[in-house]
Design a binder for this molecule. Structure first.
Ligand SMILES: [Zn+2]
Length: 283
């Protein structure tokens, strides 16, 4: 049985990208946080299924809620890094990216007591224009990344990149990559296993694709995706739908899939990949 990745990007309802109302970290303090209650529900669900997962934690959240991050680590889950302030990487200089990474890693390593050597970029925003980000990740001790979205999307994406686990060769050494899972639909790669895609597609499609998978499916969710009572942002129609669709069914869908399939953390998943057989890409 394949162990699929279950990862949570730990951030709040106001960290939705691409909207002016909540885009600046200076504003975040004034919004009522809802991340603790949703994360508690997730932690209870993971305990019920006896599954250990990986949380890619935003540094800003760790600074504000160190006890929550400590609790996640104490419950046996893995802590990865989701940047300090949730920037789009393709809008940053190398120096800005490195500073943001350094700050978040220092904080997360300190609070969790874990090595923290896994990374996911906000909005999967590493594009062909900023592949240098992979070099900087390895320079700072990151050994596994899950930022590659191997299809077109609003925040860039890396269409044409491998759709199964692969290795990125950087000037500082190799990086194991767990790209977001896609399936082929009328000649296009379509994501299904995380965020709005996970909520949009019905349970039977998830079951079908998971049963058919020959490689681990890389799944990601945010605590806000099980929070039906979160404040709604004013977004363009399509983004509004994608951001808030099926919030009311997500928890039960996740519960069902945890019952019927095997999930685990990044460490569990990478230990079962035969890396000698995977593709090699230069950064
Ligand atoms: Zn994020």
């Amino acid at each position: 049985m394949i162990t699929h990745l279950l990862s949570i990007d730990l951030e709040d309802w106001f960290h939705v990208l691409d909207n002016d109302a909540t885009s600046s970290p200076n504003q975040w303090e004034k919004f009522p946080s809802r991340v603790e209650q949703s994360t508690e529900r997730l932690l209870a669900l993971f305990d019920k299924h006896d599954v250990k997962v990986t949380f890619f934690v935003l540094g800003w959240i760790a600074k504000k809620f160190p006890k929550l991050v400590k609790q996640i680590a104490d419950n046996g889950h893995e802590i990865g890094c989701h940047s300090q302030n949730h920037p789009l990487i393709y809008l940053m200089s190398r120096k800005e990216f490195e500073d943001d990474l350094y700050n978040s890693l220092s904080l997360l390593r300190d609070i969790s007591g874990q090595a923290v050597n896994m990374y996911r970029a906000p909005g999967f925003s590493i594009t062909r224009e900023c592949l240098w980000a992979f070099d900087i990740l390895v320079k700072h001790g990151i050994t596994v990344d899950s930022s590659v979205f191997p299809a077109n999307r609003a925040h860039g994406g890396l269409a044409g990149f491998p759709t199964e686990p692969f290795i990125i060769k950087t000037s500082f050494g190799n990086l194991k990559e767990l790209p977001i899972s896609t399936f082929s639909f009328v000649g296009k790669r379509v994501a299904f296993s995380g965020g709005g895609y996970f909520r949009l597609f019905p349970r039977f499609l998830h079951s079908y694709l998971l049963n058919k998978a020959t490689k681990p499916v890389i799944m990601y969710l945010h605590p806000r995706e099980i929070d039906v009572s979160q404040p709604r942002l004013s977004l363009p129609l399509m983004r509004y739908i994608k951001t808030y669709i099926n919030l009311q069914t997500t928890y039960n869908k996740l519960d069902y899939l945890l019952d019927h399939f095997s999930y685990g953390s990044v460490s569990e998943v990478i230990s079962k990949v035969n890396w000698l057989e995977t593709k090699l890409i230069n950064s």
